[in-house]
Design a protein around this ligand. Structure first.
Ligand SMILES: [Zn+2]
Length: 342
């Protein structure tokens, strides 16, 4: 009886021991697996860190001009590198690391590789041509057309062998083909907005860009050419937009640049926007009242602007007599931006 009891006891102990060992063993295996996992993660982290350390920017600081480009590279990067700009209104960057200066200022371009950021300081400066190189250039600009008056303006430009830039609307559909004639004769077309309706275009960013895209498509359809140059109705300095949306010009002026457009204000006005239309003498006087070497002259070729048409030959004569070269704003280096007031 006693021997049997002892045997049972030992069997129980053996079972307990096996169970305990089994559990401990299980823990051991799990701990070992965890350890292996941790080691693998450590190894992977070390591998990534090494790759990140090997990757090297071609430059960590660049300076380019407005419209100038620079191709940044992240050397030794084996995987995907993504490029981004912290302020696309100052400088843009494409997926290959090509940076384009948009407006004067400072920003940072980041290359992102294996979740690590590689920052490049970017300074964008005005093109040298904007600094006074003494060369006299006049940019004749006409807003609010095309209209039947545009045909007369084109005749005068042609007769004088000079070119101008037209910031157009979509209002007068019957005169739309004059945009094509203007381009065929060597003039430039820019977008002014389709409707020129302050209340509509300045009520929201969406409205503005809907309208802008509409006029851009219209220009492309009629002339067969895309344009990247624009002029805001009322100029970027307008205050009328305050009535419809606070701060909208601050936003729009940055956004158009970030989208790859350039906007042009003027540094001399012919005064012909007033109603009723000023006299020929008044327009000619204001349009030539300057000593600047770079003149972006504001005029209008809406149908009500007969006195502008009549003053144009004198205006052209003045700039010719004073040694100015006539250029269009297309592909020009000049940037004429007003102070933003809203
Ligand atoms: Zn206008």
């Amino acid at each position: 009886m006693k021997g049997k009891k002892r045997r049972v006891k030992s069997i129980v102990w053996v079972i307990v021991a096996v169970l305990v060992l089994g559990v401990l063993g299980g823990f051991g295996i799990k701990a070992y697996k965890d350890y292996q996992k941790e080691e693998a993660a450590k190894k992977e982290a070390a591998r990534i860190k090494k790759l990140q350390e090997q990757a090297k920017l071609s430059k960590d600081q660049i300076s380019i001009e407005v419209r100038g480009t620079y191709n940044l590279k992240l050397y030794s990067a084996e995987g995907k590198v993504t490029w981004s700009s912290e302020d696309a209104a100052v400088a843009r960057v494409d997926e290959k690391g090509v940076v384009t200066g948009v407006s004067a200022g400072n920003t940072v371009i980041n290359a992102t590789y294996l979740k690590k950021k590689y920052p490049v300081k970017v300074t964008v400066t005005m093109p040298r041509v904007m600094q006074d190189d003494g060369k006299k250039v006049v940019y004749l600009t006409f807003d609010d057309g095309p209209s039947p008056k545009t045909a007369q303006v084109l005749d005068i430009l042609k007769n004088n062998g000079v070119h101008a830039t037209f910031f157009v609307t979509g209002i007068d559909q019957k005169s739309a083909s004059l945009m094509k004639r203007a381009v065929d004769e060597g003039n430039a077309i820019g977008a002014h907005t389709y409707t020129h309706d302050y209340k509509y275009v300045y009520s929201s960013e969406k409205n503005y860009f809907d309208d802008l895209n509409k006029i851009l498509n219209h220009i492309k359809e009629v002339t067969g050419k895309e344009t990247k140059i624009i002029r805001f109705p009322g100029g970027s300095s307008n205050t009328i937009s305050r009535k419809y949306s606070q701060g909208i010009m601050t936003k729009l002026s940055k956004e158009v640049l970030a989208k790859g457009y350039q906007y042009y204000d003027w540094n001399l006005s012919s005064g012909d926007a007033e109603w009723p239309a000023p006299s020929v003498a008044s327009i000619a006087q204001q349009a030539t009242n300057t000593k600047q070497s770079k003149v972006v002259l504001l005029m209008h070729d809406a149908n009500a602007k007969q006195t502008t048409v009549d003053a144009l030959p004198q205006i052209i004569k003045f700039y010719k007599d004073n040694g100015y070269e006539f250029r269009t704003l297309e592909n020009s280096d000049i940037i004429s931006h007003h102070h933003i007031n809203n």
